[in-house]
Design a protein around this ligand. Structure first.
Ligand code: ARG
Length: 273
């Protein structure tokens, strides 16, 4: 009887040992899983290693606004594109451009989908309630495009006329305020407003002066009125409260202004008259 008891005890201990061993193996498996997690850490390490090369900074723009941002084939080109590339490089990032409707840029910055918005964007009091702006890097002037031989020769002549603008731009905001929403037709792109002008759907287009010059150069029979509707500052929009990025970009802009980079980029795209 004692022997049987001793035998049973042995079996019980062996069983315990197996279970125990099993548990250890399971723990090892657990460790193996941890190793997989550690692989992720390797990915994290890569990210660290990539700090100088692969860290991406995202810019929202509307690449239909020459000479600030437009496309040549699949490539984004223009003043803003080159300045943003120079800023990103200075800050140790690779620039990624996200092309969208002009109207969506501020929301996209506010929601953190992109790091900043740069699109020949004018600093206005209303926008300052929604985003923070860096120091200004360029000046813009709202201009009026009409067809050759138009009876519109001054801003006063615009009263009661159909005006085309790009949706959500300052041209849209000012024209809607001064001449009435009913007289303003809003297009997704400035170029579409220009097509409407050529087709007689609108009698004038209000848009920033440099794109205005580019559109007039690309299209026969158009001219820019010798009048300045509004003078504005262009700046880069960042999410409200993102003071680190704001300060970093401002410092980069300061350096790029001091060493002549900004002037050189602007001169490359805007030939002195
Ligand atoms: N300066 C004007 C504004 O801020 C027009 C900018 C339009 N820019 C563009 N990429 N479509 O409202």
């Amino acid at each position: 009887m004692k022997k049987i008891f001793a035998f049973l005890l042995c079996v019980a201990m062996l069983t315990l040992c197996f279970v125990g061993c099993g548990e250890t193996a399971d723990e090892n498996k657990g460790n193996a899983d941890d190793t997989t997690v550690a692989d992720d850490t390797t990915v994290a390490d890569d990210t660290t290693a990539a700090d100088d090369t692969n860290k991406v900074i995202k810019m929202a723009t509307n690449a239909a606004f020459p000479p600030y941002e437009y496309k040549e084939g699949d490539a984004f080109v223009g003043i803003d594109v080159e300045i943003a590339t120079a800023i990103a490089k200075k800050l140790g990032y690779t620039l990624e451009i996200v092309d969208m409707e002009f109207d969506s840029i501020i929301t996209s910055v506010q929601q953190g989908e992109v790091d900043f918005g740069m699109a020949g964007m004018t600093v206005t009091d209303e926008r300052l309630l929604e985003v923070d702006f860096t120091s200004s890097y360029a000046t813009g002037v709202q201009s009026v495009i009409v067809v050759d031989g138009s009876d519109i020769a001054s801003l006063d002549d615009l009263a009661g006329k159909k005006i085309g603008v790009q949706l959500g731009t300052t041209g849209d905001i000012y024209a809607s305020g001064d001449y009435g929403e009913d007289n303003v037709t809003k297009y997704g792109k400035g170029a579409d407003a220009v097509i409407a002008l050529k087709g007689g759907d609108v009698s004038a287009v209000i848009i920033d002066n440099e794109p205005a010059k580019a559109f007039v150069a690309q299209n026969e029979g158009l001219k820019i009125l010798d009048t300045e509707y509004a003078i504005e500052d262009y700046a880069i929009a960042v999410k409200k409260g993102n003071t680190q990025l704001l300060d970093d970009i401002n410092k980069a802009l300061e350096d790029l202004t001091a060493d002549g980079t900004i002037d050189a980029i602007i001169a490359k795209f805007i030939k002195a008259e």
